[in-house]
Write a protein that binds this ligand. Structure first.
Ligand code: ASP
Length: 356
């Protein structure tokens, strides 16, 4: 550090100077918020995206997790995102069932809800599980009763005309084929993939979720993941999103990781936990994420889940940031982008990929 730097230039350089003029506190972390791509897409009729709101709140002194949750609430409430919250594609019975979890690094809080019906913002309920109970995960009716007890209005139906129309079309085409024939184990999502090709479904949103993670200037880390899960899932199916270690994991001394994509593939290896553990061993978020994808690829052996050249035929992405403020998004193949907001503003960046 140059000796002639004035107190002002210390501050301009983002370096905190304590009250005693010659005591210099280590350089502050550059705050950043990252999210899946929909964190830079949906505004629910307002002016801010998820990452913008989270970053603005976080850098104005709001709690790091509360900022992230306020960010994902935009996407949960926006009916145009058919993979998260209100207007999410329903399950096989036409019912929107939502999953979410969150973790607060410094407080070591964690909370999740799964198969929650009737509440547009499951991330808020996950946060309340973390903040107001001794538990980490509430499901189904119990999660709904908890939400009611916490003052949330329970709505009879979270479908929009759009999500209901998509479900009706799916119903018309299928004879619930997503229950696998053990002798064939054909792909249960074939009809949904076909419907995506025809424009009924956004191909990105056969699966679809938002994961959002952030670190503030004090190095406080948190994360949240929220989803309506796999389109047309068997009622009661829970993916990776609300499961601590799968859809999200945070350790304040190391970093945060979260996921979107085929939940079953991630659940099998609890990969957000794996990503954080790889960062603990010193890996950059990018390399830690790619390590998790390698693990998923190695565990994917069924033909129905593989392309002709033996690679996973589904999407799975991880978003990770570490305690130094370094970050990355990763996926199997090129194309996916993830949302970032830091001092340089909000933007999309390309995910690093395992395969070319
Ligand atoms: N991971 C979510 C799930 O499997 C869905 C998604 O992210 O697309 O429920």
């Amino acid at each position: 550090m140059a000796k002639d730097l004035s107190r002002r230039s210390f501050l301009q350089a983002g370096i905190a100077v304590a009250a005693m003029p010659n005591i210099v506190v280590p350089k502050a972390i550059r705050p950043v918020v990252i999210a899946s791509g929909n964190g830079y897409q949906f505004k629910n009729g307002g002016t801010e995206t998820c990452v913008e709101r989270a970053f603005r709140m976080m850098t104005s002194g709001a709690d790091v997790l509360e900022s992230l949750i306020a960010g994902v609430n935009i996407v949960e409430l926006d009916p145009l995102d058919t993979s998260v919250g209100y207007g999410g594609i329903p399950n096989a019975d036409g019912v929107v069932q939502l999953d979410s979890c969150c973790m607060h690094g410094p407080k070591k809080w964690a909370g999740g809800v799964a198969c929650l019906e009737g509440v547009r913002t499951p991330s808020k309920i996950a946060h309340l599980v973390a903040a107001s109970t001794d538990h980490h995960l509430l499901v189904g009716k119990g999660a709904q009763e908890f939400a009611r007890a916490m003052g949330f209005q329970i709505e009879a139906d979270l479908n929009t005309d759009r999500s209901r129309a998509v479900w009706l079309e799916w119903k018309r085409r299928t004879d619930p084929s997503h229950y696998l024939d053990p002798s064939k184990r054909g792909g249960g999502t074939e009809v949904a993939v076909q419907m995506a090709r025809e424009g009924w479904l956004d191909p990105e949103h056969i699966w679809g979720t938002i994961n959002c993670d952030g670190i503030n200037v004090n190095g406080e880390i948190a994360g949240v993941t929220t989803t309506s899960g796999l389109a047309f899932k068997i009622p009661g199916r829970v993916g990776d999103s609300p499961i601590l270690g799968a859809g999200l994991y945070v350790d304040n001394s190391v970093g945060a990781a979260g996921s979107t994509g085929r939940g079953e593939a991630n659940l099998y290896g609890l990969c957000s936990y794996l990503v954080v553990e790889e960062m603990r061993r010193g890996k950059h978020p990018k390399d830690a994420g790619l390590e998790a994808l390698k693990r998923v690829a190695a565990n994917t052996i069924e033909k129905r889940l593989l392309t002709e050249n033996g690679r996973p035929n589904f999407g799975l992405n991880f978003y990770a940031l570490d305690a130094k403020g370094r970050y990355a998004g990763v996926g199997f193949t090129p194309g996916a982008r993830f949302a970032v907001c830091d001092e340089n503003g909000p933007r999309l960046e390309a995910c690093e990929t395992l395969f070319s």
